[in-house]
Design a protein around this ligand. Structure first.
Ligand SMILES: C[S@@+](CC[C@H](N)C(=O)[O-])C[C@H]1O[C@@H](n2cnc3c(N)ncnc32)[C@H](O)[C@@H]1O
Length: 285
């Protein structure tokens, strides 16, 4: 247990050189950019890791990391600085456009193949893939003889474990999940709610670091890379987007976050719109 006094002493120990080291470590491992304004956040999130590892403070943690022989500790640090903010049906208009515009088009195009593949490429604790699974169950229940797979992945092992369980607190449920869908797709588990088995079975979870090469997952009709690109520098973003294109069907849809843009990047996509949704279609290289 870390006391408030220890936290204050940790907060006072992050030297410039230590910050520079952590910034490089995080960028090398996950492509995420850290700026000087993140120092407070770093201190706050790394202090408990130092404490759990039996180290005196964040400086000692950095000293340990500098030795370069503790990859588990490095991963813990990299994962601890990730922003995992998410919610059910985040940016509701995206899900409306998927249900009314994008998916009907894909269903028409794939009617002979009867196959649908969707990848949530930075799924955090799972609200996004479960929102997609509910949308499919509620609007496309007639596709019961289709081969439908939702792939969900994230950098953080802890997030993947949580997402796999499909259990959410009342607070998380209150953020975006309408009562009718809660009652239809979730079972009560004490103070929390767990997605029903048929919803969980729809989703396949993987730990994938987008900044590094990933294994072949298939060719996707829709890739959601929402609210993750903003954490990368331009070259990393460009590299990831090029590789995501390789994971998409030629007539696939890439959806990024409302606050994200591909403007200024040299990437093989064409910007398109359907209803209120901006999406990107793979272009010839
Ligand atoms: C802000 S959340 C977005 C979650 C969800 N897509 C949404 O829009 O609600 C960003 C997620 O990106 C993940 N992330 C950060 N860097 C990553 C990387 N290099 N590879 C894969 N996921 C990463 C974080 O762990 C975090 O869960």
């Amino acid at each position: 247990m870390i006391t408030a006094t220890q936290l204050v002493s940790f907060a006072m120990t992050l030297a410039t050189a230590d910050f520079a080291f952590l910034r490089t470590l995080v960028a090398d491992h996950s492509g995420q950019r850290l700026a000087p304004r993140h120092v407070g956040m770093l201190e706050q999130r790394l202090a408990p890791i130092a404490g759990t590892a039996g180290l005196k403070d964040v400086s000692s943690l950095v000293r340990q990391l500098r030795r370069g022989d503790d990859s588990a500790l490095s991963s813990q640090v990299v994962e601890a600085v990730a922003v995992n903010e998410t919610s059910f049906f985040r940016d509701a208009s995206v899900f409306e456009s998927l249900a009314k515009g994008v998916l009907p088009q894909i269903v028409a195009n794939n009617r002979n193949r009867k196959q649908l593949r969707i990848w949530c490429a930075a799924c955090s604790s799972g609200q996004e893939p479960y929102s997609i699974a509910m949308l499919l169950a509620d609007h496309f229940g007639h596709l019961h003889d289709w081969d439908i797979r939702i792939t969900a992945s994230d950098l953080c092992e802890k997030m993947i474990q949580r997402a796999q369980l499909g259990t959410f607190s009342s607070l998380e449920i209150a953020r975006g999940l309408p009562t009718a869908q809660l009652l239809r797709h979730f079972d009560r588990r004490g103070a929390a709610w767990q997605a029903k088995p048929e919803l969980r079975e729809r989703i396949e979870f993987h730990r994938i670091n987008l900044a590094r090469p990933w294994p072949y997952l298939g060719q996707f009709d829709i890739v959601l890379a929402r609210n993750v690109l903003l954490y990368f520098d331009q070259p990393t973003k460009q590299n990831i987007l090029k590789r995501l294109r390789g994971a998409m069907r030629p007539d696939g849809y890439l959806v990024i976050g409302a606050a994200e843009t591909l403007i200024g990047l040299c990437v093989p996509y064409q910007r398109k719109e359907i209803d209120d949704l901006v999406y990107y279609r793979p272009a010839a290289i």
